[in-house]
Design a protein around this ligand. Structure first.
Ligand SMILES: O=C(O)CCC(=O)C(=O)O
Ligand SMILES: [Fe+2]
Length: 324
């Protein structure tokens, strides 16, 4: 069976013009605007995006029928600087034109959030190769395959969606995805995966202690479940044989339906983080400013579920316990 494809919407020239016009109105003559201010206005501003984009995103988030969607621009409505060599070391208070656009699109899905335990609590995360991380199991690594995972699976407040805006991808490195809707699970396997027997590890990019609590892999609706999984941090040692077999079966099923999406400059990929795992193959960076560069946003449809870990109702920063 062919995996369920990512649906694509390619903006037409008229829509591209409207998007550029909206960005010009928001940014005026400046290259960056305040993040707080944008967050306070983005919900209303996103209503001014073209109708076809709004309906496309709405169908995706409400039907749960597809692993993700891709919004493509015939030309990116923003300039792209050289790919940085490092991650941002401070908490940024402004956003650039591409980030404004990304946040507006993401707001059609839900609320963008940040975690204090990753990339200095920045709302916009960067996915780019870092020389000193080459052999590490991080999105900034490159020598190893970054295995399938759902984002922030270790945390009970994991976001329902994530998005990746492609700044550049010169050697066409894919983002690999696997959709739960494409995997057939026998009832007994399902039953085991619904039981709280599994430890779900945190990606090494998070400055948290590895969780030890046991949780289920599948959750939600029995017929059409959600899942959380991290194959980068998999430890099956403590599992009973039946749970181990069920998990093995599931992982093989996911690998069988794995598909590649190659992002190009100006593409915005939204993934259903409760139904789709993602990862990336190894690749060879040049470290000369021309490397693959994505920007990532975490998007929740339920901001209130994390209220105990956020300082104010409007704050988008989840303060989880970090390791010392
Ligand atoms: O590099 C990619 O395509 C995906 C990396 C990743 O797992 C992420 O950005 O969360
Ligand atoms: Fe990821």
């Amino acid at each position: 069976m062919m995996p369920t494809p990512i649906r694509e919407l390619v903006l037409n020239q008229h829509e591209l013009k409207d998007v550029n016009h909206l960005l010009n109105q928001i940014l005026g003559d400046t290259e960056e605007i305040g993040l707080e201010e944008l967050l306070s206005k983005c919900f209303v501003l996103s209503h001014r995006l073209p109708e076809r984009i709004k309906q496309f995103v709405y169908d995706f988030k409400t039907t749960e029928h597809s692993p993700g969607i891709l919004i493509r621009h015939p030309e990116p409505p923003f300039d792209v600087a050289f790919t940085p060599e490092f991650l941002v070391t401070h908490r940024r208070e402004t956003v650039t034109r591409d980030e404004v656009l990304h946040i507006l699109y993401a707001t059609l899905v839900g609320y963008v959030i940040a975690w204090n335990s990753i990339q200095n609590g920045n709302l916009v995360n960067h996915v780019l190769p870092i020389r000193s991380h080459e052999n590490k199991l991080l999105s900034s690594g490159s020598a190893n395959k970054f295995e399938l995972h759902t984002e922030d699976a270790f945390h009970p407040y994991a976001e329902e969606f994530l998005s990746l805006l492609c700044m550049r991808n010169p050697y066409k490195v894919s983002t690999d995805i696997a959709f739960l809707g494409d995997v057939e699970l026998p009832e007994d396997v399902k039953e085991l995966l619904f039981q709280p027997q599994f430890v779900i590890g945190a990606n090494l990019a998070h400055t948290v202690n590895q969780p030890k609590d046991r949780r289920s892999i599948l959750f939600g609706n029995r017929e059409s479940p959600y899942f959380r999984l991290n194959l980068n941090m998999l430890n099956m040692d403590l599992l009973e044989q039946s749970a181990k077999d069920a998990l093995d079966f599931f992982i093989n099923g996911l690998k069988e339906v794995e598909q590649s999406v190659v992002l190009g400059a100006g593409d915005v990929l939204f993934l259903d983080n409760f139904r789709t795992a993602h990862g990336r193959p190894p690749y060879l960076p040049a470290y000369d400013g021309s490397d693959r560069w994505l920007k990532r946003l975490y998007i929740t449809t339920d901001l209130r579920k994390s209220r105990d870990l956020r300082e104010s109702a409007a704050s988008r920063l989840i303060k989880t316990k970090t390791r010392r």
